[in-house]
Each structure stands twice: as C-alpha cells, then as structure tokens.
Design a protein around this ligand. Structure first.
Ligand code: DQA
Length: 142
C-alpha cells in the first residue's frame, strides 16, 4: 500500500533559491522536491506539497489533509515562532507531523529559538538544509 506524505510550507518558502541564499541555499523548492520525489518513487511513498503565505490557508489545508494522508512534514517558516493557531491545529491532527527547518534555529536570532510547532510535532529536524526533508520522509516512512 502506498504511503502518502504531504509537505507543507509556510510564508516565504516559495522564495527558496532567491531569499537570503547564504542561509537557505540557492536551490529552488521545485529542484529540492524533484529529488524527494525520486526517493518517493523508489520507496512507494506518494508525495504532495502545499505552500501558503497565509496562516488561515495553512490551517484549512492541514484540516483537509488530516483524513487524506498518512503523515505531514511541515516547515512553518516564521509562523513557527508566532502562531498559536497553527500550533493548535497541528496538536489536533490525527497524523504524525515532523517539523523541518532548513537553518539551525538555535544559532540564529533569539526570536527564532522558540517554536510553538515543536511543542506538538513528533520531532523537529533543523539545520540540515534541504537534506532535512529527506530525513523527515525516512522517519515518517519507518
Ligand atoms: C525557517 C526558519 C524560520 O525562522 C524562518 O522564518 C523561515 C525559514 C527555516 O527553514 O530555517 O522562514 O523555517
């Protein structure tokens, strides 16, 4: 049976490859996702992804996929540090959720040190760049 994982991206992650490349790298999300999809094909994992710059739209999406997929990787972007609404949504999902950050939050500004999502996700992977998504997929698959 195919396992289905959705990757959810918060604000500004549509600008990967363009935004603050010294921190987030030069690869676009489309290029990163192509690599993840190749892994998915080999491992019988169907992948989909969704990005929004809007808090409520992310919540609507997560509520919708709660009954449609087997697991979620989420990089909530800056909402990690601000959104109690997104935290409450993740806490109510019937799915395993792994939080991903490209950068290592603890090495950055103090306002990035706390994540509301980390409190309710199964695990947080941060600081591995795009490889973090692959690690998250492998964890969910296992
Ligand atoms: C980020 C870290 C956040 O603090 C930031 O607001 C982002 C990206 C990361 O992937 O490292 O948008 O989630």
């Amino acid at each position: 049976m195919t396992f289905h994982i959705s990757i959810v991206h918060g604000p500004n992650l549509n600008w990967l490859g363009k935004r603050e490349t010294a921190i987030y790298g030069t690869q676009t999300w489309e290029a990163i996702f192509a690599g993840l999809q190749a892994w998915g094909k080999k491992n019988e994992v169907a992948l989909s992804w969704f990005q929004s710059n809007h808090e409520g739209v992310l919540i609507d999406y997560l509520q919708k996929v709660d009954s449609e997929v087997d697991g979620v990787l989420i990089n909530p972007g800056a909402y990690s540090h601000t959104s109690i609404a997104l935290r409450d949504c993740v806490a109510s999902l019937d799915l395993p959720v792994i939080e991903i950050h490209l950068s290592k939050l603890q090495k950055r500004e103090a306002f990035r040190h706390h994540s509301y999502i980390a409190e309710v996700a199964q695990a947080t992977i941060a600081g591995f760049g795009p490889k973090g998504y692959m690690l998250g997929l492998e964890l969910l698959k296992r």
